[in-house]
Design a protein around this ligand. Structure first.
Ligand SMILES: Cc1ncc(C[n+]2csc(CCOP(=O)(O)OP(=O)(O)O)c2C)c(N)n1
Ligand SMILES: [Mg+2]
Length: 903
């Protein structure tokens, strides 16, 4: 850094000259003050940059617009017409919220977010956002979630929506589910919204990785994205989320000049000021610049230019620099006289500077984010930035609730105001100069009116012409890919059919082989996107580095230390693997970018994101929810799964609940396979479901274990793949012993269960069927669906759930064991009403120890499965309780040990 004293360690080749420069600076400070000194320093820095004197970037600049008035470009639009259009959109956006809340108290919606950002969006819509008509590349626009009413209001003017649609804002259930969703939700409006953004912070990080993935597609020659930009609109309050700013350095490192963040700095969040005692724009500027971004500040509207030009003393600049946001917010709600007295007044030079302006003039001095030309200049700078290698952040100062009138604008409660009374409507109408369009009588009716110019009006013509010139309407989502993939040949899966013989391998190893097979597939291979967060070696995936190569936009500029090894660390511009480093959030964002490329780019890609299962749903659950909303397709592989299978890592790493969390995500298909052939069947079927003839917008979560054991051969069961996919199949028949039980295993629990079956048969006279439960989530969903159908069709012949049909007919108890919490198998227990259903699992914090010790601790090892089965038989009076006691004694189990769920 510049000011940490390191300069004193550099050689001073001419101390006398150095002293002269320092003396001059001291003299300026003394005679003309610090402002002047700062000015001279800035000019020197500017000159240094011009003359290629490399110099560490300073991260903050004065509180003025980055683009001076004299550098503003010519504005190519018809400003008057655009202002009219904007007024209509502002009006309708407000009306749809007001009407929604008049019709249904408490239905919500937001007036003030869009009111503050209308100019930002309209400049984008009229001049920058490119659509995707006629196969054009188009831009990707991430709208701020709470600004949704403005986007609907524009679509209404464009005649993509009708008044009845606007009246169904937030009424998503009626009309066959064709309401307007509360926020941008592709899951609910798959032909309209592309990107879910309303969970704060997730829009920015996914936009960033989307820009990066576009580059990946180009570098891998899968799609030409060179002309596409990603525009992400976010709130200043939203920037407090770690996800919003946490990945900024990646954008600079990857030279993502195709990325623009537009931060709507209305200085307010939900409760009040974002930085009442500070300056959010200055703070954000420093963060973005420090991360290597280009920053364009749009703080002051044009009317300030004249004042700034007369600010020879620097007094105005000083006032701007030293006024905190809380005061600026106050000025928006006070009258002109207050501004005169408190902002300008205390300094006679400033008071004099505005003496020619009336109080009304002072009140009307606008913020930059409401000044159309200033915003245009900033957007143009960002757009022209393509090719320079730097992402751009545009920081626009606005007023929250702008134009909504004194009772709403800039008020701390503004975010939560959803209603307007007739006087407030009149103020808004007047403020927007809509007196000709909306009469007093119209306002007096029961419902506040919408207004839409006719199709032959110049406004409408202008509006659609602009969109036509820019490639069509935005947002618009197309869910059908133009460039479909060819599914892999079955050869890729076949090698798992024979099992591993005597060789012990893990399902993780099996999956890695499968992934390699898929990537090698002649036609399908290029669509595979392996994603890993700095954990490849943990999963044995470093074996893929050399063959598939790690994606590195700059290539590999060094010879790696392991260059002479077969599995060296190989980076390449055309690399296939996204090795994301230690960021599960970033990796998930990449997963979303790849898994939605079928819609955003029309190119089907298949992400396989493999991670430490504990750091999946638990760490980035909200991003997984977002993936579901965005209709992401692909595979999430929860490796090192199981509370007792991953040993030696302990409480923070051992995952016994990701399957519980997975069950909360509707389109997530969650599987817990025990054997490599099951993994292969799930991946194969998943590919067919997501990328087959009629693609389904779901994604898969598959657990992978790191325990090595001989993989059995695929049993010769007819229709086995379908049985694996429905979640349960009989793996082995029972023997001929006296008593009977069904033992159900998932994942790594198979070894204890199989050993228990042998033991029960030989020592305790119990014949056990063995079942593999690959997906309790699927079984439960099927059972719930059947239950519902039966309820709603009471006189029809009742249907039977899969799990009921498969298990309820058998005899003896059902003991279901997994390396996850007991709630996982238990979720189907009530659908097996005729049998005693006993779940065993790993409730409680994980521990570091051997697998043997852990499985004893969690009571899922062979002896505990035997005891649980015998006890279930005792409860149904098949065996005497003493037999259970004998077993407990025989295996040396400690009946008084601490219950692991509390330990
Ligand atoms: C993760 C998350 N936390 C909280 C919220 C609730 N919330 C919605 S809007 C909002 C304030 C937004 O302020 P800002 O980002 O400044 O946007 P503005 O409306 O001011 O443009 C909050 C807290 C949310 N949507 N997502
Ligand atoms: Mg805000």
């Amino acid at each position: 850094m510049l000011f940490d004293g390191s300069v004193h360690q550099l050689p001073d080749t001419d101390p006398t000259e150095t002293q002269e420069w320092l003396d001059s600076l001291d003299a300026v400070v003394e005679t003309q003050g610090k402002t002047r000194a700062r000015y001279l320093m800035s000019r020197l820095l500017e000159r240094a940059r011009e003359t290629q004197v490399s110099f560490p970037a300073t991260v903050s600049t004065p509180y003025v617009n980055t683009i001076p008035a004299e550098h503003e470009p010519w504005f190519p639009g018809d400003e008057h017409l655009e202002r009219r259009i904007r007024a209509y959109i502002r009006w309708n956006a407000a009306m749809m919220v007001v009407r929604a809340n008049a019709n249904a108290e408490g239905i919500g919606g937001h007036l003030s977010t869009f009111a503050s950002s209308a100019s930002l969006y309209e400049v984008g819509f009229n001049h920058f956002f490119r659509g995707k008509d006629d196969g054009q590349a188009g831009d990707h626009v991430y709208f701020q979630g709470h600004a949704a009413p403005g986007v609907y209001a524009r679509a209404f003017l464009e005649r993509r929506l009708e008044a009845d649609d606007l009246d169904h804002f937030r009424r998503e259930i009626g009309r066959g589910g064709r309401g307007l969703s509360s926020y941008p939700h592709p899951r609910l409006m798959p032909e309209f919204w592309e990107f879910p953004t309303v969970s704060m912070g997730l829009g920015p990080i996914t936009a960033l990785y989307h820009a990066r993935f576009n580059r990946y597609l180009t570098n891998r020659k899968l799609d030409d994205t060179t002309d596409s930009r990603v525009w992400a609109f976010l709130g200043d309050g939203e920037c407090d989320e770690p996800e919003s700013l946490g990945a900024l350095s990646l954008a600079a490192r990857e030279h993502l000049d195709n990325l623009v963040f537009v931060v709507n700095c209305n200085l307010q969040r939900l409760d009040g000021p974002v930085r009442g005692n500070g300056k959010i724009i200055q703070e954000l500027e420093a963060v973005f610049r420090g991360a290597g971004w280009n920053v364009v500040k749009v703080i002051w509207g044009s009317k300030w230019d004249e004042l700034l030009a007369r600010d020879v003393s620097g007094a105005l600049l000083n006032k701007m620099n030293t006024t905190v946001d809380g005061e600026f917010q106050r000025y928006t709600v006070e009258d002109g006289n207050y501004i005169r007295e408190n902002f300008f007044g205390p300094d006679p030079r400033l008071r004099e500077m505005v003496s020619h302006l009336t109080d009304a003039d002072l009140q009307a001095l606008p913020r930059g984010g409401h000044d159309y030309r200033k915003v245009y200049a900033a957007f143009k700078a960002a757009a022209d930035n393509l090719g320079t290698g730097r992402p751009t952040a545009i920081l626009c100062k606005t007023v929250k609730g702008w134009t909504l009138g004194p009772e709403i604008e800039g008020r701390n409660a503004t975010h939560q105001i959803k209603k307007m009374n007739i006087d407030q409507l009149r103020v808004l109408r007047d403020r927007l100069h809509l007196n000709d369009e909306i009469s007093d009588e119209m306002l007096e009716g029961d419902v506040a009116p919408y207004y839409r110019p006719a199709e032959d009006s110049v406004e409408y013509q202008y509006l659609v012409e602009r969109r036509r010139a820019l490639g069509g309407f935005v947002p618009r989502r197309t869910g059908t890919a133009k460039r479909r993939l060819t599914l892999p040949s079955d050869d890729a899966f076949r090698e798992f059919d024979g099992g591993s013989g005597q060789q012990s391998v893990s399902t993780t190893m099996g999956f890695t082989r499968l992934l390699r097979n898929l990537a090698r597939d002649a036609s399908f291979g290029e669509r595979v996107v392996p994603i890993i967060p700095d954990e490849a070696r943990t999963f044995g995936m470093d074996s893929l580095f050399r063959e598939l190569k790690i994606y590195a936009s700059q290539g590999q500029k060094y010879e790696p230390v392991d260059h002479d090894l077969l599995l060296s660390y190989s980076e390449s511009t055309s690399g296939q693997i996204l090795e994301e480093g230690i960021t599960e959030a970033g990796s998930l964002a990449s997963f979303i970018a790849a898994g939605t490329a079928y819609a955003t780019r029309g190119v089907e890609m298949v992400p396989f994101y493999t991670f430490y299962s504990m750091f999946g749903f638990q760490r980035v659950g909200d991003l997984i929810w977002q993936a579901a909303d965005a209709r992401t397709r692909g595979f999430l592989l929860g490796a090192t799964a199981g509370r007792t299978t991953l040993l030696g890592e302990g409480l923070q790493h051992q995952d016994g609940h990701s399957l519980v969390l997975a069950s909360t995500v509707p389109p997530c298909r969650a599987y817990d396979p025990a054997f490599a052939y099951e993994v292969a069947a799930i991946v194969r079927s998943g590919l067919h479901e997501m990328y087959g003839e009629v693609p389904n917008d779901v994604f898969y979560y598959v657990t992978l274990y790191n325990e090595n054991y001989p993989m059995p051969a695929r049993p010769a069961i007819a229709d086995l793949d379908a049985q694996i996919m429905r979640g349960l199949y009989k793996w082995a028949d029972a023997g001929t012993a006296k008593h009977r039980a069904s033992l159900v295993f998932s994942g790594s629990a198979h070894s204890a269960v199989r050993a228990a079956a042998r033991e029960l048969e030989s020592r305790w006279d119990v014949a056990c069927e063995l079942w593999s439960a690959t997906s309790y989530k699927t079984l439960r969903e099927n059972a719930l669906d059947v239950e519902r159908w039966n309820r709603l069709h009471p006189t029809a012949a009742p249907r039977q759930a899969d799990v009921t049909r498969l298990l309820d007919e058998g005899s003896g108890p059902v003991v279901a064991v997994s390396d996850f919490m007991r709630i996982v198998p238990e979720q189907v227990a009530r659908f097996v009403p005729n049998r005693l259903f006993v779940p065993l699992g790993t409730d409680g914090f994980g521990r570091s120890d051997t697998r043997t010790a852990l499985r004893r601790h969690f009571e899922i090892d062979m002896p505990h499965v035997v005891v649980a089965t015998l006890h279930a038989l005792a409860r149904t009076a098949e065996v005497k309780p003493e037999v259970v006691a004998d077993a407990i004694a025989h295996y040396g189990l400690d009946a008084e040990s601490i219950n692991p769920q509390y330990a």
